[in-house]
Design a binder for this molecule. Structure first.
Ligand code: AMP
Length: 308
């Protein structure tokens, strides 16, 4: 298996300045695996849902080549539920509700078929569960990336730091980087966070793009300027899924290839925000994705005309 994803598969209720939804399908693991399916044809997911979760979504995931053997369905229990409200700038949001439900006592069982996965993406979930998956893999994957959020920094900081110390790439947003490091400058924050373990740090800045830090190098990728941003939920996960899917499919995690992977992740995230939930990711195809990647390439390409 090329890629293994761990992360919430959930219901979300979202309010943005442009509209409001009742419970719709969301979850970090859902967005990540749907996004990475544009690049990898052999991947698995580890997560848990209640019997309230729609079978049709699980079928849709399977149709995209996502192996769902590791997605546990708990009879008589409720799926994880998150609700949030976006501010007018659409770059920041408040969490209104987090109901862990099935996630509270989740025991992440790793099916035999998932052993020997090349790449591991630990999506947003409790840091204990993320660590258990690393420990239960017989062979360490070539690269382990991890996403997390302020919720876990607030309630499980020590556990979170233990898990962070085991991963190669940490992917968080600017606010989370500042909270985790206690530093306002993102350059200083990146040093503090990389001293906790990860050799690579990606800081997502929403509509302002993303930064990749490694040793003394920094790479910046812009986000595509869009006329309409409808719902940013899942954009970060979609970005991470595109990034890891790209690396896993090319079986190359050099710094240069990570730059290409970041552009691929940014292009996918630009679709995610155009409609509520996973809707847009389920509509697009590789042709549209490649057009967006070209648009992103054009956005910052220029010829230097330096005088000596
Ligand atoms: P993003 O917008 O990329 O930060 O991700 C939003 C997704 O993360 C939503 O679909 C939520 O279901 C999921 N989510 C929100 N809070 C948590 C949490 N504490 N643990 C796991 N997943 C979460």
């Amino acid at each position: 298996m090329k890629l293994l994803t761990v992360g919430s598969v959930a219901f979300d209720a979202i309010e943005t300045p442009f509209g409001k939804t009742d419970k719709i399908v969301g979850g970090a693991g859902t967005f990540i695996s749907l996004a990475s399916s544009f690049f990898v044809k052999s991947q698995g997911i580890i997560s848990v849902v209640g019997d309230d979760f729609p079978n049709s979504t699980i079928t849709e995931m399977q149709n995209k080549g996502i192996n769902t053997l590791g997605l546990q369905i708990k009879t008589g229990e409720k799926s994880f539920f998150w609700s949030g409200k976006y501010h007018n700038d659409m770059n920041s949001r408040d969490t209104i509700t987090t109901e862990l439900n099935v996630l509270e006592n989740f025991d992440p069982i790793v099916p035999d078929e998932y052993q020997n996965s090349d790449y591991l993406m630990l999506g947003n979930l409790s840091p204990q569960v993320q660590r258990q998956v690393i420990e239960r893999l017989e062979k360490r994957p070539k690269l382990i990336a991890m996403d997390t959020m302020n919720f876990w920094m607030d309630i499980a900081l020590d556990e979170l730091k233990k898990t962070i110390s085991l991963v190669d790439v940490l992917i968080i947003n600017d606010e989370e980087a500042r909270q985790l490091s206690g530093q306002y400058s993102l350059v200083k924050a990146s040093k503090t966070i990389r001293s906790m373990g990860p050799k690579y740090l990606i800081i997502k800045k929403g509509e302002h793009g993303a930064l990749l830090f490694h040793e003394k190098e920094i790479f910046f990728a812009p986000a595509l300027p869009l006329e309409d941003v409808f719902d940013p939920t899942g954009a970060g996960d979609t970005f991470a899924g595109g990034f890891m899917g790209y690396l896993a499919s090319s079986n190359n995690h050099s710094f240069e290839n990570m730059k290409r992977a970041i552009i691929a992740g940014s292009a996918l995230a630009s679709f995610c925000v155009e409609k509520f939930g996973t809707k847009r990711l389920l509509e697009i195809n590789s042709e549209l994705l490649n057009q967006r990647i070209s648009e992103l390439n054009k956005l910052t390409a220029y010829k230097t005309n330096q005088t000596s």
